[in-house]
Design a protein around this ligand. Structure first.
Ligand code: ADP
Length: 487
C-alpha cells in the first residue's frame, strides 16, 4: 500500500485552516518505522482562546447553529456519516499510518462508527423534558438544553472512534466544541473536521486544535468559557482535569480512564470459544484498548489445558506492517509506550510469572512487541495490578466464584469485566457483584452505540453512548409558571 496523502496539518477554527499563533509545529510519526509523516501546527493557549471564542460565538442564542431545527441537526450528523462512509478506505489507511492500527481493525471500527453516527443522529430531535405534576397552581416542566462550549480531549489509541463518539453526542445535544486530539495521532481528527464542514456544520461549531497536553489540553480545561470537558485517557490526567474544573468554573466533566479488567473463565466454559475471545480481548490493537482483559482468571480445574491453548493461540498471531491487509498485530504507538511495556514484561519475569510466549521486541525498527503470555501470575505482581496497555496476557488461577469476584474487584479500576460460563447462577452473581461499567458474558469487547459505556471507581465519571451519552451534554432546566389566576 502506498502512503495515504496527508491533506490537513493546520488548526481548524471557524471552518478555516490556520497556523498556530506561535508559528510552531510538531512532528507526527509512523510507528511502523519511526519515520516522520508530517509537521502539524502546535496549538497552545492563544489558539485555544481563539477556538473557544469561535465556539462561543457559534453557541450564541441567535447563531445559525442554535436556531437550526433539531431535525436539521440530525440530517447534518447523518451527512457526516455518509461522508465517513465515502472516505472510509482513505481514513482507515490514515489511521493505520499514523497510529499503527491494523488496517482491517481500522476498517471494522469505521464501519461500526457509521452505525454509531446514525444512532446518535437519531437522538438529536428526541431530546425532551417532562411536565411535572407539582402544585395545582404552578405549571411545572423541564427543558433539556445544550450545556454550551465543550472541550473534547482525545486519546491516541482510537482517534477516529473517540472523535466520533464525543463530537456527535455533543452535536446531537446542540453544543459547540473544541477538540484537542492526542499529540501522537492528530491526522485523522483533522480529516474528520474537514468532513464535518462539508456536511454543513456551521463555522465555529467544531474546532480542532492539535497540540500537547500541558499546553493546549490544559488551557482548554482551565478555560472559563468552556462549560464541559469530555476526556478519554489516563487516570493521572483525568485527575488533573477534575482539579482544573474545580479551580476554574466547575465545568462538568466526563472521564473515561484506564482499566485492569478481569475476564473469568469458569470450569464449564467452552474453551474453543473462550480461548480465542480471551486472546482477542488482550491482543486486539496490540493491547492498547482501555477495556483490554488484562487479568485473565482461569478456574483451577481447566487451568493447564487453557494455558496450553492460550499459548498456542498467541503464537499463531501474524505480526507485520499494520497497513498490510493480512497483518493481525502491528506496532505499539510509539517508542515511549514500547519501552514502558517491555519494562512491565521484565518486571513480570523478575517477580516470578512464567513467560510462555513472546516477551520480546520484534526487530530493531518500529515499535513492535510479540504477543506475550504469562502464566502463574499472582494478584500481588505488578503486571496484575498496573495497566500495561500492551499485548501482555496475564493468566491467574482461581477455585471459586466467590473468591474470583473478590479478587476481580480488588483494584481501583472498574471499566469492564467478562465471564465465560454456561451456568446462569454464575452469570447472575458475577454480573451483579463485579464492579465494572460493562460486563460481558460469553463474549468480550462487543459494542453497540445504544449501550452506555463508562467506568466504576477510578475508571471514570459519567457515561458515553446511548441516551446517557447525549444527556451528558445537556443541562436540565425547571420552569415553574404561576397559574393562580382563577377563570
Ligand atoms: P496516555 O498516557 O495514554 O498518552 P494521556 O492521559 O497522557 O494518555 O493523554 C490523553 C490526552 O490528554 C492527550 O490528548 C493528551 O495531550 C491530553 N493531556 C495530557 N496532559 C494533559 C493535561 N495536563 N491537561 C489536559 N490534557 C492533557
Amino acid at each position: 500500500m502506498s502512503a495515504p496523502k496527508v491533506k490537513y496539518t493546520k488548526i481548524f477554527i471557524d471552518n478555516n485552516w490556520v497556523d498556530a499563533r506561535s508559528g510552531k509545529t510538531f512532528d507526527t510519526y509512523n510507528p511502523h518505522d519511526g519515520s516522520v509523516i508530517a509537521k502539524v501546527a502546535e496549538g497552545d493557549k492563544a489558539d485555544i482562546d481563539l477556538a473557544v471564542a469561535a465556539a462561543k460565538r457559534a453557541f450564541h442564542r441567535n447563531s445559525e447553529w442554535r436556531l437550526m431545527d433539531a431535525a436539521e441537526r440530525c440530517k447534518v450528523i447523518n451527512k457526516f456519516g455518509d461522508l465517513l462512509l465515502r472516505d472510509a478506505e482513505y481514513l482507515a489507511q490514515l489511521e493505520s499510518y499514523n497510529n499503527g492500527m491494523v488496517l482491517n481493525f481500522a476498517r471494522h471500527f469505521i464501519a461500526m462508527n457509521v452505525d454509531h453516527i446514525r444512532y446518535i443522529a437519531s437522538l438529536a430531535d428526541k431530546i425532551q423534558g417532562d411536565t411535572i405534576p407539582a402544585r395545582g397552581d404552578l405549571f411545572t416542566y423541564t427543558l433539556k438544553q445544550p450545556i454550551g462550549v465543550c472541550g473534547l480531549i482525545l486519546p491516541w489509541n482510537g482517534p477516529i472512534v473517540m472523535f466520533t463518539w464525543k463530537v456527535c453526542a455533543a452535536l446531537a445535544a446542540g453544543c459547540t466544541v473544541v477538540v484537542k486530539p492526542a499529540e501522537q495521532t492528530p491526522l485523522t481528527a483533522l480529516a474528520l473536521a474537514a468532513l464535518l464542514a462539508e456536511a454543513g456544520v456551521p463555522p465555529g461549531v467544531v474546532n480542532v486544535v492539535p497540540g500537547f497536553g500541558p499546553g493546549a489540553g490544559s488551557s482548554l480545561t482551565h478555560h472559563p468559557d468552556v462549560a464541559k470537558i469530555s476526556f478519554t485517557g489516563s487516570v493521572e490526567v483525568g485527575k488533573l482535569i477534575q482539579q482544573a474544573a474545580g479551580a476554574s468554573n466547575l465545568k462538568r466533566v466526563t472521564l473515561e480512564l484506564g482499566g485492569k479488567s478481569p475476564l473469568v473463565i469458569m470450569d464449564d466454559a467452552d474453551l474453543n470459544k473462550a480461548v480465542p475471545y480471551a486472546a482477542q480481548a488482550i491482543f486486539s490493537h496490540q493491547g492498547q484498548i482501555c477495556i483490554a482483559a488484562s487479568r485473565l482468571f482461569v478456574h483451577s480445574k481447566i487451568y493447564d489445558e487453557f494455558v496450553k491453548k492460550a499459548v498456542e493461540y498467541a503464537k499463531t498471531i501474524k505480526i507485520g506492517n499494520p497497513c498490510e491487509p493480512t497483518t493481525q498485530h502491528g506496532p505499539q504507538v510509539d517508542t515511549e509506550m514500547m519501552t514502558k511495556i517491555l519494562g512491565y514484561i521484565e518486571k513480570g519475569k523478575k517477580e516470578g510469572a512464567k513467560l510462555l510466549a513472546g516477551g520480546k521486541r520484534v526487530g530493531n525498527t518500529g515499535c513492535y512487541i510479540e504477543p506475550t503470555v504469562f502464566a502463574d501470575v499472582t494478584d500481588d505482581m505488578t503486571i496484575a495490578k498496573e495497566e500495561i496497555f500492551g499485548p501482555v496476557q496475564s493468566i491467574l488461577k482461581f477455585d471459586t466464584l466467590e473468591e474470583v469476584i473478590d479478587r476481580a474487584n480488588n483494584t481501583n479500576y472498574g471499566l469492564a469485566a467478562g465471564i465465560f460460563t454456561n451456568n446462569v447462577e454464575n452469570v447472575l452473581q458475577f454480573s451483579k457483584h463485579v464492579e465494572a461499567g460493562t460486563v460481558w458474558v460469553n463474549t468480550y469487547m462487543e459494542f453497540g452505540p445504544q449501550a452506555p459505556f463508562g467506568g466504576f471507581k477510578e475508571s471514570g465519571i459519567g457515561r458515553e453512548n446511548g441516551i446517557n451519552g447525549v444527556e451528558a451534554y445537556l443541562e436540565v432546566k425547571t420552569v415553574a409558571i404561576n397559574m393562580s389566576k382563577k377563570l
